[in-house]
Design a protein around this ligand. Structure first.
Ligand code: ADP
Ligand code: MG
Length: 221
């Protein structure tokens, strides 16, 4: 779950106005939300605040029951391990294999290597990359890199999953599989927010939406 109350966010180098203006939104555990709005509306900024990568300029932010505006760094670091993020630009580590990229969240949790091998093999097979475990990200296509990024975001069964345009590089069949996975994760209790421009996908998978326009919340629910 998460709750934002009257949250504004101004980039340090902002030239126009704030990226988010007095946004209040609450989502319960195990719920799915689309995050909609035109380019520049503030979707990535909102995800960055929920991913604890940016700190709101003002307002109240509660992520998974932790009031993050007051939280100490150690608390934030542990909280971050319970969040999975699919970045719009993937952000894979180019000198690590696909396998090692996906294994990272489990290695941070000091899980035994035998368990890591088992989990990573299973998720990579599920995203259709069972034969590309040793490939370096630059050797993979955009769609393949996006699927590695998705595998890395879900491998540690995060309580909160944030995905920024996660179907951009996927074909229709892969996008459908991804939505099936997201819905299954939500049923298992993961809170999920997916920013997208893909109107066809939103129509195919109707769900509640958080809609932004020029940094303002225009619709919730
Ligand atoms: P969206 O993801 O909906 O396209 P963003 O959250 O990326 O929107 O951007 C919201 C606003 O913040 C835009 O006006 C954008 O120009 C601005 N912005 C985004 N990133 C930065 C940055 N690093 N520095 C300054 N302004 C930024
Ligand atoms: Mg964006």
């Amino acid at each position: 779950m998460f709750r934002l109350q009257d949250v504004s966010y101004l980039y340090p180098a902002a030239q126009k106005g704030a990226a988010l203006n007095h946004v209040s939104v609450a989502v319960a555990q195990g719920e799915f939300r689309w995050l909609l709005g035109p380019s520049g509306a503030g979707k990535s900024s909102l995800l960055r605040i929920l991913a604890l990568e940016a700190r709101a300029s003002s307002g109240m932010v509660d992520v998974l029951g932790v009031p993050v505006m007051q939280a100490r760094r150690g608390v934030i670091a542990r909280l971050r391990q319970r969040i999975g993020v699919v970045y719009q630009d993937f952000r894979l580590l180019d000198d690590l294999s696909a396998f090692d990229n996906v294994a990272l969240p489990l290695r941070l949790q000091m899980r035994p290597e035998s368990e890591i091998r088992h989990e990573v093999n299973a998720i990579m097979k599920w995203v259709g990359l069972g034969s590309r475990l040793d490939a370096l990200p630059p050797q993979l296509s955009g769609g393949e890199q996006q699927r590695v990024a998705i595998a890395r975001a879900v491998i540690h069964r995060p309580a909160l999953l944030l995905a920024d345009e996660p179907t951009n590089a996927l074909d229709d069949r892969q996008a459908t599989r991804l939505m099936t996975m997201f819905h299954r994760l939500a049923e298992l209790g993961t809170t999920i927010v997916v920013a997208t421009h893909n109107d066809a996908l939103v129509r195919k998978y109707p769900a509640h939406a958080i809609e932004l326009m020029q940094g303002y919340l225009v619709q919730e629910g």
